[in-house]
Design a binder for this molecule. Structure first.
Ligand SMILES: *Cc1c(COP(=O)(O)O)cnc(C)c1O
Length: 376
């Protein structure tokens, strides 16, 4: 059996090595290391894949979120509503811009922001809702968009973990996550479902004016060379990364299928075990399984994490500490929140290896070790 890894980007690379190596060498020979045709070709293809009018590439997913907030004109003192059960980047950039993150609890099944709790968190200072499509499953966007519309709020989707996820509205419309809100943000961090060989990110919007602003802010607020109309930053997608991503984008649907197949295998073998909650799959979207995350009912989660490590099976806790309990949010009154579902999940979730290269032998081994611990 091949050693089990949380993600296996090496084996995935070897399958497309010739194409990737040729593309990377091509960039080196062209000496066009910043911007150029390769970056445009990738962002155009990614816009088409998403059915989004615009795709604006940038340096990473964290920058994408920051640039989105800047482009929407969010100011110090404004508030944004976000889940606390997320990766820190979502809320860190708000704090960086002196925007107050207002944390709302998540739904215990989907792990995404609970729309029923959003309205209570809205104040006259609220400017935006930032749902996170956690682990590859979409937040309840139909309800979130309705709340945003009723209260005249922006919606910024953090789609870093759910690229390629289809969301179905009750009227039959189907949209990719990341193209439903005013701006969608994603990341090409190597372990993400569409991962680069370094950092990368992108923003999506259907709005022409916003697209211009996002482009400008990512490029020193520049309207044309050496004319700077806005305060911006320097956030570019590397040409070499774009060349690699272009190849991987063609395989993205296949990658998602492989992840779903691995998730199906886990689901089948864990279903019915009273100590394990398998991931919920909402009928309004198709989970892309960036993570395969179990909730342990009353079993020692940290003990399982340690036991698996001894057995050569990596597992991860995403996330052991919710954002509102991170020290960085003390100044924002982080400790005053009462988010029982978030706290409950942080103590009970455990993510098993899931990626495009897992085989059944590896999965059988993982499952046998998990059950050995759980059933004893
Ligand atoms: C990975 C991730 C980000 C940040 O992306 P980077 O490219 O690492 O900056 C933001 N939000 C979520 C939910 C993520 O998983």
């Amino acid at each position: 059996m091949r050693p089990i890894q949380m993600v296996d980007t090496k084996t995935q690379y070897l399958k497309i090595k010739t194409e990737v190596d040729t593309a990377v060498l091509g960039v080196m020979e062209s000496s066009q290391f910043i911007g150029g045709k390769t970056v445009t070709a990738f962002s155009d293809d990614l816009a088409v894949y998403h059915g989004s009018k615009h795709c604006i590439p940038c340096a990473n997913g964290t920058d994408a979120l920051q640039i989105a907030m800047m482009a929407l004109g969010l100011k110090p003192g404004d508030e944004v509503i976000t889940p606390s059960f997320t990766y820190i980047a979502t809320v860190e950039v708000a704090a960086l811009l002196h925007i107050k993150p207002v944390f709302v609890d998540v739904d215990p099944s989907s792990f995404c922001i609970d729309p029923a709790k959003i309205e209570k968190a809205i104040t006259p200072r609220t400017k935006a809702i930032i749902p996170v499509h956690l682990y590859g499953q979409a937040a309840d966007m139909e309800k979130i968009m309705a709340i945003a519309k009723a209260h005249n709020l922006f919606v910024i989707e953090d789609n870093a973990q759910a690229i390629g996820c289809d969301y179905f509205f009750s009227d039959g419309r189907r949209l990719k996550t990341g193209t439903i809100g005013h701006i969608g943000c994603t990341s090409f961090y190597p372990s993400k479902n569409l991962g680069a060989f370094g950092d990368g990110g992108a923003m999506f919007t259907h709005d022409d004016e916003l697209a211009v602003k996002l482009h400008m802010i990512a490029s020193h607020g520049q309207s044309k060379r050496y004319y700077h109309d806005l305060v911006g930053c320097n956030s570019r997608l590397d040409t070499i990364q774009a060349a690699i991503l272009n190849i991987k984008l063609r395989n993205l649907d296949e990658y998602i299928t492989a992840r779903r197949k691995a998730a199906d295998f886990y689901d089948r073998t864990f279903a019915g075990n009273k100590n394990i909650l398998i991931p919920f799959r909402d009928s309004n979207n198709r989970h892309v399984f960036h993570q395969y995350t179990l909730v342990l009912q009353d079993r020692d989660r940290d003990g399982l994490n340690r036991y698996l490590a001894e057995q050569g099976v990596p597992s991860m806790i995403y996330y052991p500490v919710p954002a509102h309990k991170q020290k960085m949010f003390d100044a924002f009154g982080g400790n005053s929140y009462h988010l029982p579902v978030t706290d409950w999940l942080c103590e009970r979730v455990i993510s098993l290896p899931i990626h495009t290269e897992l085989d059944e032998e590896q999965q059988e081994f993982i499952v046998s070790r998990v059950l050995e611990f759980i059933n004893n």
